[in-house]
Design a protein around this ligand. Sequence first.
Ligand code: SME
Length: 162
Amino acid sequence: MSEVNFNITTTDKVERYQQFIKQIEPCIKGEKYEVSLFANISAALKEVFDFFWVGFYMVRDNQLVLGPFQGSMACSIIKYGKGVCGTAWKERRTQVVVDVELFPGHIACSSLSRSEIVVPLTVNGEVKAVLDIDSDKLAFFDDIDRVYLEHLTDLITKTIYR
Ligand code: SME
């Protein structure tokens, strides 16, 4: 992936996502390797949105294994159906958690994390990985994040899991 000097000219959330995706989309398209793309996407999301924690877990040996991320150290293995990530895998749909303390079985990698969104990357109904983003603020994520992060993960999925 070539370097991107992001030019984000607005504080409006929808427009920020639109500008971000427009600028990163051409770079995603040439990628072939899952780990490299996950690493660069994590870095780009951290740079532009300054998320508290952003990264990927990848399905390996029937469990979620920690992949590239930006933020503090995190748990390396998450089992099917466990935590927010394992639930996104099991239910094969995005989880938007406004307060992690209210999510049954939430796995706290950092005590500072207050809300979270997890988006599964799915091919023909099979989850290959999940994108996990944490915030240190309550109710940080909403439907806008869900829509644009699902669009982003769609672009990623179509590129690397063809
Ligand atoms: N909170 C996640 C675990 C991963 S960390 O947030 C990075 C969960 O409940 O699955």
